[in-house]
Design a protein around this ligand. Structure first.
Ligand code: PLP
Length: 384
């Protein structure tokens, strides 16, 4: 029986083996494991790729979010953390780390509903909340470019400008994605990227980067990730040890060469899925916005009539992996309870999504036949 994994990192390693082996060998030779030359090189290359002034390597996507928010708190409020009545508007349909980073920055996450067709934050809800809650002390917006597709950044930046809010983009799933001609992570005050191995630009462990055009934020983020000071032995702020390892930087650097090719391959696989599944009754495809260059970190469909779990089991029996990103909305998690977060209105679309979405195998090196096999098995499930 065919085996189709969600992702095949071994296959990708074989594809770029020489680059990666050479990069690791170079590290073994120079032995500069902390903030070695590959870290600066990676920061400069990504800054150039995104078209931003600064990139700061970090130990994960989560830390990139925390560093962004803490740097903003210090810059805007002149204090180490936000207060818990400083509100940050974000989506409930994301990975836990998005909301968790808001808590760790001291602020109050306000969870808003999503657009049911793109799964990204509903910008109308952002507007409504700001109009209907004049007493709320909203300080920022944290949009998540889920599954590799941009949120409507034009609209979000317009709202942020009107209400004087900062914007931190969660770009963990969308390296190389764009809104019109702008790379994601170059539009808000900062972008927070993740190099978790399964991300569309992933390392061989944890890592991430903060992108920004703001000199002050860049300087603060750099201080915070190295214990909080310019001088490690005499610090100014409550900091972290959140550096990216030299080895991870070297690996990500060698994979960066392939990112455009791999994003393009993902988009081609997505097109095959879309063509094959578009007329299947019982499935709703995600909407791709014409303004967004969608990098298809995931190809996610919605399964109607509570059949998602049954389909997932059936696919597994046929050797096909699939994943539910995400089975719980953030506002239903204990960590965000006890007055630690707020919700606005009904989060019905987020809740429906948690019960109906299914992400299909999306390996850039997946063959046409493998993708067709997944399509055929899904079709066979619905045609009974
Ligand atoms: C949307 C989103 N935000 C944040 C993160 C956190 O990134 P990391 O796992 O590198 O900490 C992830 C991925 O894990 C993510 O998918």
């Amino acid at each position: 029986m065919k085996q189709i994994p969600m992702l095949d990192l071994k296959r990708e390693y074989e594809y770029m083996k020489k680059d990666i082996d050479d990069a690791i060998k170079q590290c073994l030779e120079h032995q500069k494991w902390i903030l070695g030359p590959e870290v600066k090189e990676l920061e400069n290359k990504i800054a150039g790729y995104l078209g931003v002034k600064h990139c700061i390597g970090s130990s994960s996507g989560t830390e990139s979010l925390v560093l962004s928010l803490r740097a903003l708190a210090i810059k805007i409020k002149g204090q180490e953390f936000f207060d818990n009545n400083d509100e940050i508007l974000t989506t409930s349909f994301t990975f836990t780390a998005t909301g968790d980073a808001v808590l760790r920055s001291g602020a109050m996450p306000v969870f808003l509903d999503i657009d049911p067709e793109t799964y990204n934050i509903d910008t109308n809800k952002i507007k409504e909340y700001l109009e209907q809650s004049p007493k709320a002390r909203v300080v920022g917006i944290l949009p998540v470019h889920l599954y590799g597709q941009a949120c409507n950044m034009e609209e979000i930046m317009k709202i942020a400008g009107k209400y004087n809010l900062f914007v931190v983009e969660d770009v963990a799933q969308a390296f190389g994605g764009m809104w019109k001609d702008k790379k994601l992570g170059s539009i808000g005050n900062t972008g927070a990227f993740s190099f978790f191995p399964s991300k569309n630009l992933g390392g061989f462990g944890d890592g991430g980067v903060v992108s920004t055009d703001d000199d002050k934020i860049a300087e603060l983020a750099r201080m915070l990730l190295k214990h909080g000071g310019r001088d490690k032995y005499n610090v100014d702020h409550i900091g972290y040890n959140a550096r990216i390892d030299t080895l991870q930087a070297a690996i990500v650097l060698s994979k960066l060469k392939y990112i455009d090719e791999f994003n393009d391959k993902r988009r081609k696989i997505a097109d095959i899925y879309t063509q094959g599944l578009k007329n299947v009754e019982g499935i709703v495809l995600s909407k791709s916005l014409p303004e967004a260059y969608h990098v298809q970190h995931q190809y996610t469909i919605r399964i109607l009539d509570n059949k998602r779990d049954e389909l997932q089991v059936k696919l597994k029996d046929q050797g096909i992996s699939s994943m539910v990103y995400y089975p719980y909305p953030l506002h239903k998690m204990k960590v965000f309870g006890n007055g630690r977060s707020k919700i606005y209105g009904s989060l019905e679309n987020a809740e429906i999504a948690t019960q109906s979405v299914l992400s299909l195998p999306m390996e850039p090196l997946q063959s046409y036949d493998e993708t067709s096999y997944v399509i055929d098995c899904i079709k066979a499930f619905f045609v009974k």
